[in-house]
Ligand binder design. Structure first.
Ligand SMILES: *[C@@H]1O[C@H](CO)[C@@H](O)[C@H](O)[C@H]1NC(C)=O
Ligand SMILES: *[C@@H]1O[C@H](CO)[C@@H](O)[C@H](O)[C@H]1NC(C)=O
Ligand SMILES: *[C@@H]1O[C@H](CO)[C@@H](O)[C@H](O)[C@H]1NC(C)=O
Ligand SMILES: [Ca+2]
Ligand SMILES: [Ca+2]
Ligand SMILES: [Ca+2]
Length: 645
């Protein structure tokens, strides 16, 4: 398929999705029964409740049913449910109830008119339920319910480490915080960007707007945490030294709660590097002492190297301290620039094939064109500001536990490659645990019990000195007891590292996969076609977050494959496992808090297998599903044609 065709195809699909969602449906049906049917029994059989007769005066067999599990309002016409009902021998016909679009003349306020900010209607990733051109679009971070409950980032300080911050911008000035700001390039307190004509330093200002642009002030858009304090550290406009980097990451960590960072080793698909020396030490200190001892939150953009790179070659992603964020496009796509890896915790949104991110811009302007994974990370930083407002007692590891549970995979199941871990959560190298649902995150955070002490358990460093010949693979088993009966026992994992030293004449030829004792398989690093480094992996720490909640006790399996034509040599490796002795206390949050359940149900119907998601909502189905895009679009097409006109 040529590039043009690909774009065309996506556009068609996008149009299809939009038109198929033109309606709001309810969980109620009008059901016409055949004579002699027992309405209660028929309802019960199909998982409905019989609410009684309808229009008794005119008909003697019309009943009002309410589905026991479907959400009260959802955007999908459940033709499958209607068909199921109609197949029943005692049912004459049935009809799903629908919310009618009747305007009270001259008095209609739709959500995209809710705030007077001029680009609010373009912020599809925030609100999309009824936002102008994105009307009822299904992909968003579900933030309106959290705002409605009063969460807006108030009292939380966020800092964007980037190329500067236009502190006088009319949409940012009220939230600007000088105590969270610095200019590392000029060594002064003013983080304003340098206005250059060739390479405009607008990135930091764009990121800041996503987090903290004021709401309903008639300027630009609305930030995720529109009442948080926002600072900027100007660093990415000129050479950055390690000391500058360490000063930025350690800046005023007693005061700043969350940093949003979007840099790392070049995304050229060949570098393998990370924070070192004084930077690592400062980060470690911030995790111990920052935020009054609860640990500073570092939100990190996953990288823009696309399929040719792997974020597990980026040491800023692989450090367990960073919340690594991937990007999803407006129509649930993986953007071409997004990098896969096992250290990706969750996703938010950025530019895809169709629409980019609307936010503030330099020169007091607004833009609709912010993009890259660096546009996704600030959205997550904003969400975490709301999370810390909801529960300021969360430690940095608690924050990651909340994200793991608040990320929802349901709307991304048309992508292949989901793996369900033994803690019953779906994980994907492109998306982590899924798209963060803000309202869900707040509900979890409010009722979260701090996790137990941080335990660390390592396997012995095993020496192999084994050759891996061209086009061959080796499989190695690592027995592990989770430090049973010691002070460091881990029974419920958080972060897992495989530290490896391997000589490779061409590093990019190697792929490494690992299988946990519970059988969860994950790719730790993919081949990278441009990585022709001759040294190989030198004590490199590959990390995965996909095993949260699993027990590490048992035999681990590592597959190393040499896809190239030179001989590689595995020298040594070991497992470095972090977690807790006891599983975290699971908060009781409502399972049907969004209309995910209907997505899940329809997947269960559509596929041979289906998922368990993070709330265990598909528990009735088995195994892991693979729903290809074609199948999904066929389904959409069918629904589309079935819509009343
Ligand atoms: C943000 O929320 C707090 C607490 O709910 C409230 O006091 C404050 O007025 C809100 N700020 C804005 C700008 O709405
Ligand atoms: C937004 O501001 C307008 C005034 O410009 C006001 O009428 C409206 O009620 C505000 N909306 C909200 C949701 O606060
Ligand atoms: C919070 O958790 C407790 C148990 O720790 C539970 O009893 C309670 O129902 C939960 N509250 C909410 C609002 O989920
Ligand atoms: Ca300056
Ligand atoms: Ca605004
Ligand atoms: Ca990268």
């Amino acid at each position: 398929m040529s590039n043009n065709e690909a774009i065309f195809f996506r556009t068609i699909l996008f149009a299809l999705i939009c038109s198929s969602l033109a309606g709001i449906f309810t969980n109620e049906w009008a059901v016409r029964l055949k004579r002699g049917a027992d309405p209660d029994a028929v309802a019960e059989l199909h998982n409905f409740e019989n609410l009684g007769q309808l229009h008794k005066r005119h008909f003697d067999n019309l009943y009002h049913f309410r589905h026991k599990e479907l959400k009260k309002r959802h955007s999908r016409l459940r033709r499958d449910v209607t068909n199921q009902l109609n197949l029943h021998e005692m049912i004459e016909s049935s009809e799903q109830d629908e919310v009618l679009q009747l305007d009270k003349r001259g008095n209609r306020i739709s959500k995209h008119e809710l705030y007077n900010d001029p680009i609010w209607a373009n912020e599809w990733f925030l609100n999309s339920e009824d936002a102008g051109p994105f009307e009822r679009y299904e992909y968003n971070i579900n933030i309106q319910p959290a705002w409605d409950k009063g969460y807006n980032g108030s009292g939380v300080v966020v800092c964007v480490i980037d190329d500067g911050l236009e502190k006088n911008h009319a949409d940012l000035a009220d939230n600007y915080d000088p105590l969270a700001s610095y200019d590392m390039q000029d060594d002064d307190e003013d983080p304003s960007p340098r206005y250059a004509s060739n390479e405009p330093n607008r990135h930091g200002t764009r990121c800041a707007g996503e987090i903290a642009a004021a709401r309903n002030n008639s300027v630009c858009g609305v930030g995720v945490a529109f009442d948080s304090k926002i600072g900027g550290i100007r660093i990415l406009d000129g050479p950055v030294t390690r000391i500058m980097e360490s000063k930025a990451l350690g800046f005023n960590v007693d005061y700043i709660d969350i940093f949003s960072a979007s840099w790392g080793p070049p995304d050229n698909g060949k570098s393998m590097d990370g924070p070192k020396g004084i930077t690592s030490e400062v980060l470690e200190a911030a995790m111990k002492n920052g935020r009054g001892g609860k640990g500073t939150i570092y939100v990190w953009a996953g990288g823009n190297g696309g399929k040719n790179d792997d974020c597990n070659a980026d040491g800023y992603q692989t450090m367990r301290w960073s919340v690594s964020i991937s990007a999803v496009g407006l129509n649930g796509d993986t953007p071409y620039y997004a990098e896969p890896c096992a250290s990706a915790l969750a996703s938010t949104f950025s530019s895809g094939f169709v629409h980019s991110i609307a936010t503030t811009d330099i020169h007091g302007e607004c833009t609709k064109k912010h993009s890259g994974t660096s546009a996704a990370a600030p959205i997550a930083a904003g969400i975490l500001a709301l999370v810390l407002q909801a529960n300021p007692d969360l430690h940095w590891r608690d924050v990651q536990h909340v994200v793991v549970r608040a990320a929802v995979p349901d709307k991304l199941f048309h992508h292949e490659g989901w793996v369900r871990n033994a803690a019953n959560r779906a994980t994907h190298t492109n998306f982590g645990y899924g798209i963060i649902d803000t309202d869900r995150a707040i509900n979890i955070a409010k009722n979260w019990t701090n996790v137990g002490p941080d335990h660390r358990c390592q396997s012995p460093k095993l020496t192999y000195n084994r050759a891996i010949t061209a086009h061959e693979g080796i499989t190695i088993e690592i027995p592990f007891d989770g430090c049973h009966d010691t002070n460091n026992e881990v029974k419920s994992m958080e972060h897992v590292y495989l530290q490896i030293t391997m000589k490779t004449p061409r590093r990019g030829d190697m792929s490494i996969d690992m299988i946990s004792p519970s059988g969860t398989e994950m790719r730790l690093i993919s081949t990278r076609q441009y990585d022709s480094d001759v040294v190989g992996f030198v004590d490199w720490r590959l990390m995965t977050v996909f095993l949260f909640g699993e027990n590490p006790d048992g035999i681990w399996t590592v597959h190393i494959k040499n896809h190239g034509k030179y001989i590689a040599e595995l020298e040594n490796m070991f497992l470095d496992v972090f977690g807790t002795e006891n599983a975290p206390h699971e908060p009781s949050i409502p399972v049907f808090s969004s209309d995910d359940s209907s997505v899940c149900d329809s997947l269960c119907n559509m596929a041979e297998h289906a998922y368990y998601d993070s709330a265990n909502r598909c528990a009735k189905c088995m195994d892991v599903v693979k729903v290809d895009l074609k199948r999904r679009s066929d389904e959409l097409k069918k629904r589309n044609h079935g819509l009343p006109t």
